[in-house]
Design a protein around this ligand. Sequence first.
Ligand SMILES: Cc1cc2nc3c(=O)[nH]c(=O)nc-3n(C[C@H](O)[C@H](O)[C@H](O)COP(=O)(O)OP(=O)(O)OC[C@H]3O[C@@H](n4cnc5c(N)ncnc54)[C@H](O)[C@@H]3O)c2cc1C
Length: 468
Amino acid sequence: MTSTKHIVIIGGGFCGMMTAVHLIRDAKYPLKITLIHSGTPFIRGVAYNAYSSKHLLNVASGNMSAFPDDMEHFTNWLRIKKEYTNYEKKLLAETFIPRNIYGEYLGNIWETILAAKNGTVELTILDDYANDIELLEHNKAKIFLKKDLPFIADYVVLATGNSLPRNPPIANMAYYSSPTYFQNPWNINSVSHLKPDGDVLIIGNGLTMVDTVIGLLEQKFQHKIYSVSTNGSIILPHRHFGITYNDLVEELPGNFELTKLVSLINKHIKKLRKLGISAGPVIDSLRPYSQRIWQSFTPEEKKKFLSRFRHMWGVARHRLPVFIYDIVEKLRVQGKLETYKGKLINITEKGNEVMVTFHNTKKWCTETLPVQRVINCTGPETSIYRNLNQLLLKLAEKAIISPDLLELGINADPSSYNILTPEGEKHPNLFTLGTNLKGVLWETISVPELRVQCEQLSKVLLQACKQD
Ligand SMILES: Cc1cc2nc3c(=O)[nH]c(=O)nc-3n(C[C@H](O)[C@H](O)[C@H](O)COP(=O)(O)OP(=O)(O)OC[C@H]3O[C@@H](n4cnc5c(N)ncnc54)[C@H](O)[C@@H]3O)c2cc1C
């Protein structure tokens, strides 16, 4: 090894921070790490900086450890917190804790690693935005910043995470600059300062829609909430705690064909239903295999999955804690929440009213809803061409990054995390993980997958530094 290697991590959410944690913990020789972060709060990101204590984790605590080799790390930490000491660890493992508490947990991991850090790693944290990267000779990269001067690094990790949702196409795209439109559903402004009269429309019908409904209730919002989404499916609760189902996994074939897999899943769902158990445990049992399954699909199967099964999978996979589900269902029964299956056609403003026109794909007719505001809960944008992340847009424009086949994220090698050139070659010094790998791995959003990626990527980086 010639000189101290310099690793730059862009993005300080779960992925950037946990990759740094592993690097600091495992580095055996001098290393320089620069973590560049701006936007949502450092470490917490949007996910663990919730504006409401009723915004809960969507994964039970028992599966939320930040460390893949210490699965009780989170529940052990919870137990030493005053409000959780009186609960059995086994019970805590089955519960859904507020996301802010998880943010505290991540903060604690960071403080602990900083306190234990010796002189091997030189760590710099920059509160800045990386807006460009230039690839130089000898596998070096020049990082350009919004505020500070550019500098040179040996390895760069794009841990850029969750972007704002995309504005759905409508005839009057100018509406999206209106103060009645909220593109960022994770900001408390989206549910505050409402007028005493007028309904609200939420675009999207998933977990963020539910968080927004909870947020509106906390703001004492009394009027009607509409949600419009292309699938119109009702979000489901986690019904069966502690049930693990292994029969499907035992029957999984060596290579996966989409149609065969769908019939196998349906067979097992029917089998469980006979016992009065819903599809949850069958779907959950596939989670450790989902990335392998996705990677073995042909491009046609991936496209078919996206067009035919994506929403069904989403509904079955992303479920709600029962007590939150009950709040939402009560609103439906009271007629205060109406969910439509439809496609937005236009949004216009008339006086104080916002008129939302959509094609109701259940009734096959056009409908118009007058509301006072529109909140976009369609989920983070992952396409590198439509992203609001200026760095990703810039790198895509320069063809330093390119999309995966389905344009769901960045094309990369999921075993080494190297970003691939448009020609499919590995960039030796550019890496990515997390949501950016959506097209390559499909399930790459939640902590159970991300914690593994952070650890593996840090090993790849340490090995690369050693070999140089
Ligand atoms: C609302 C919400 C709730 C969620 N809840 C759960 C849950 O309960 N359980 C679970 O397992 N998963 C959950 N997830 C999934 C979540 O994506 C991950 O758990 C995790 O937070 C992702 O971390 P990340 O580091 O990849 O991204 P982020 O947390 O988004 O962090 C990336 C950071 O990089 C910064 N950044 C981006 N580009 C630049 C740049 N060019 N220069 C400088 N900084 C930059 C961004 O501002 C951002 O703060 C949730 C996601 C969301 C959106």
